[in-house]
Design a protein around this ligand. Structure first.
Ligand code: FAD
Length: 391
């Protein structure tokens, strides 16, 4: 019988892997993609939407070409359980067998990580950290703030998707507010002492958003609290009224990875050279859900891991030697119109996980021309990853 590869999760990791395997094997392998949503709404560049730099439609992508041009069987359903002994996946509407399973379900959230907030409160204080409708809601709430109102953001603790994401978000929101509500204030309640590209972000706040941003680092989360019904936050013993609030809770691998018994401390451990699960030889875990080592959780990383994993699966099926993976990441952040910065690195597979080899980061006081080039690079990257994912 034809070997059946099933991919759960049609995002940066899963869609790339499915397309790459289908393209390389031209129907010799049966590739099925299970994805809950008919339309993918990318988290990456959702900040550009929040700041008015991109239409919401510019984040939306369909799976039609993967089916029509690559022969992938696309099943829009939710994977609810995996019977690893029987190699069988339970869906809402039926079940499906696999020979090889690739799991790329992205993230879920840790309950109780921010006092006073639960997933039931996401309409009042959205996390907007899985893309889609909540991102629109957050922008609407910010646009509806009264003149001189307060927007608060609570970045996550622990390992989370897109390390510069919350900081790019609040910087872009500062840009939006500067246009529509210039006396508004932004309060950051950050549990961490430091964050990605910190000096670059802070430089941009001084340059473009002076007086708008109140940065609180190293916040003691045992005393910090939000009240979504009252629209208040409690920071350093003081209760503050807010008009919009973005709570980004702590994160863990997408629930299906946990249900399948593939996670340890929230994330799914994998081997560095092929992203194969350390728990199950027939399952690979890609992207945010994987505990792989040094690579940050980003779409760029997930895409890079997807190629390595797809190549490894092909080599295994075709009895070839395992190719050396080529892991890379770049995260761009938009600070103001035509002013972007980036951080990136190359990585290698080692027996102790994926290790960072060498990297680079934008410099402070760079010229406008360089920043504009960096911005344009980021736009080109978006087009290229979307082509890798959706054809
Ligand atoms: P996802 O892309 O989230 O895909 C997971 C998919 O699995 C989803 O489509 C989901 O519907 C599906 N799924 C989950 N469970 C099931 C199930 N049980 N059954 C069926 N389907 C299921 N990264 C960058 O590289 N560059 C950036 O500039 C960038 N900016 C970001 C900005 C923000 C604000 C945020 C929040 C993230 C950003 N990221 C960025 C990070 C990036 O979005 C993620 O790291 C990336 O999407 C991870 O890919 P993934 O394949 O692991 O998960």
């Amino acid at each position: 019988a034809t070997h059946r590869v099933v991919v759960i999760g049609g995002g940066a990791g899963g869609a790339t892997a499915a397309r790459h395997i289908a393209r390389a094997t031209k129907g010799e392998i049966d590739v099925t993609l299970i994805e809950a949503n008919k339309t993918y709404r990318s988290c990456f560049f959702s900040n550009h939407y929040l700041g008015g730099f991109r239409d919401f439609g510019g984040l939306e992508h369909g799976y039609g070409t993967l089916a029509s041009d690559y022969g992938i069987t696309v099943v829009h359903d939710l994977a609810k359980a995996i019977d690893r002994d029987k190699k069988k996946i339970e869906l809402t509407g039926g079940s499906l067998r696999y020979d090889t399973l690739i799991l790329a379900p992205g993230i879920d959230f840790v309950d109780g990580s921010v006092n006073g907030w639960s997933l039931d409160d996401q309409d009042k204080m959205p996390h907007a950290y899985q893309g889609g409708a909540p991102v629109r809601l957050l922008r609407a709430q910010i646009e509806a703030m009264p003149a001189g109102g307060v927007f608060a953001i609570v970045p996550p603790q622990g390992t989370y998707r897109c390390p510069p994401g919350p900081y790019e978000r609040l910087t872009i929101i500062a840009h939006l507010l500067k246009q529509i509500n210039p006396t508004a204030k932004i309060i950051i309640a950050d549990p961490k002492p430091l964050f990605s590209k910190m000096s670059l972000f802070r430089e941009s706040w001084r340059k473009y958003y002076k007086g708008m941003i109140d940065m609180n680092s190293d916040v003691d989360m045992s005393t910090f609290e939000v009240d979504p019904d009252d629209m208040t936050i409690r920071l350093d013993g003081e209760t503050i009224k807010v008009d919009a609030c973005n709570v980004i809770p702590s994160q863990k691998a997408g629930k299906i990875a946990e249900l399948a018994g593939l996670t340890v401390d929230g994330w799914a451990p994998v081997y560095a050279h092929d992203m194969r699960s350390k728990v199950d030889d027939n399952i690979y875990v890609l992207g945010d859900a994987a505990a792989q080592g040094d690579m940050p959780k980003s779409a760029f990383s997930a895409n890079s891991q997807a190629f390595a994993c797809a190549e490894a699966i092909l080599a295994r099926l075709q009895d070839r030697e395992l190719p050396e993976p080529d892991y890379n990441n770049i995260c761009w952040s938009l600070l103001a119109p035509q002013d972007s910065v980036k951080i990136g690195a190359s990585y290698e597979a080692t027996p102790d996980g994926i290790k960072r080899v060498e990297g680079f980061v934008s410099q402070r006081r760079e010229g406008a021309e360089i920043r504009k080039e960096t911005y344009e690079e980021s736009l080109a990257w978006y087009e290229s990853i979307v082509a890798d994912m959706f054809g």
